[in-house]
Design a protein around this ligand. Structure first.
Ligand SMILES: Cc1cc2nc3c(=O)[nH]c(=O)nc-3n(C[C@H](O)[C@H](O)[C@H](O)COP(=O)(O)OP(=O)(O)OC[C@H]3O[C@@H](n4cnc5c(N)ncnc54)[C@H](O)[C@@H]3O)c2cc1C
Length: 323
């Protein structure tokens, strides 16, 4: 897929008054608006002969003798399929109807974002704020981001791991507005006047949801918790798992047998397993009261900033540092 976007060539880590800017490898990062990404994906699908039923919701799985054979839709149609890929997002009603569940002992992330108009939206860098605070001013584990869209607006958001003890009672929207207030001067933002403010959402990450395949179906994207556990970046894992799912389903159709589907788990583990294991170790550390002092180190030394870039963002920014 050829995608045009706003080119980003550096990341600025901030913690209170400290700021460290680190360059990215040329051409390694672009900002693409979600609607543009989706329409490009749909266009590419159509070019490949896929029929896209827009504005159609599936309401329930069609099960025949224990096998998923398609889906009933809200317009009374039934879409029948030999194999299905379930990619209905973090809530995954459809996936759960087929037996997927999130492991309660593994961490997830909570995130919220919003958009602000900005006179600096053409800037070629991203801000990562490492000094989130709670309503009462105490520091909060996690990080915030400001991403310019190149067309007069920025998206800002905050993400916090569930390993923070009282995560359910944190007002994340307030943490976001506070973060925008503290770094907004770099972007000319008025924290009190967002163009839009999203609601807080849970993001399953790091392979915490399973099972991710059945005899005639595959689960992909957030429905299979493919988002990166450290950064919360999810589009990469969603697209990657979709490609792997497409690959095994194609083989199953070609061979006239469902055996190739079994390869999906192994392929996904090979692609994401290292990050998933790292997340299971690091998220409890970051959520610990002492751990929240770790991330701010990245705003204090270049070595720490580069380490954070490699460890936290490596899925979306492969080999991000200048050679
Ligand atoms: C606040 C926030 C900010 C984020 N920011 C970023 C970011 O900047 N970069 C990044 O890479 N990731 C980001 N993520 C993560 C990213 O959004 C997800 O990981 C990614 O969108 C997962 O893609 P998906 O296709 O699996 O799920 P989704 O994007 O949720 O798509 C699922 C789709 O399925 C559809 N659907 C659901 N049920 C049905 C049904 N019954 N019938 C038909 N359709 C159905 C939904 O309408 C939706 O279109 C963010 C997450 C949050 C919560």
């Amino acid at each position: 897929m050829a995608l045009d976007g706003h080119v980003v060539n550096s990341v600025r880590f901030t913690h209170r008054a400290r700021l460290i800017e680190r360059p990215l490898r040329s051409g390694s990062a672009i900002v693409v608006r979600q609607d543009e990404l989706f329409s490009s994906l749909r266009q590419r699908c159509r070019e490949l002969g896929v029929v896209v039923h827009e504005e159609t919701r599936t309401t329930s799985p069609i099960i025949d003798r224990g096998f998923l054979r398609g889906a009933a839709c809200d317009d009374a149609r039934e879409l029948l399929a030999e194999y299905s890929v379930i990619a209905d997002g973090a809530n995954s009603t459809f996936g759960r109807a087929l037996g997927t569940y999130r492991r309660r002992d593994l961490p997830y992330l909570v995130a919220v974002n919003g958009a602000w108009s900005s006179p600096s939206a053409h800037e070629p860098n991203i801000s990562v704020a490492l000094s989130l605070v709670r309503t009462d001013g105490r520091p909060l584990a996690g990080y915030g981001w400001v991403i310019p869209d190149g067309h007069g607006a920025v998206t800002a958001g905050v993400v916090v791991p569930s390993t923070v003890r009282d995560v359910e009672s944190i007002n994340l929207q307030q943490a976001l507005v506070q973060m925008v207030t503290s770094v907004g001067h770099q972007w000319g933002l008025d924290a009190d006047s967002p163009l839009e403010l999203g609601r807080e959402r849970r993001l399953p990450v790091g392979g915490s949801v399973g099972p991710i395949l059945g005899p005639t179906f595959i689960v992909a994207g957030d429905a299979a918790s493919t988002a990166d556990p450290l950064s919360g970046i999810g589009v990469t894992g969603a697209v990657l798992s979709g490609m792997l799912a497409g690959d095994v389903v194609t083989h199953a159709v070609d061979e006239g047998a469902s055996a190739p589907l079994q390869r999906y788990s192994t392929d996904l583990k090979a692609a994401l397993g290292r990050r998933q294991r790292l997340g299971r170790i690091m998220l409890p550390v970051l959520g610990h009261p002492v751990g929240r002092y770790l991330l701010p180190c990245a705003a204090q030394s270049r070595i720490a900033a580069d380490l954070l870039l490699r460890s936290t963002f490596d899925i979306s920014l492969p080999n991000p540092l200048p050679q």
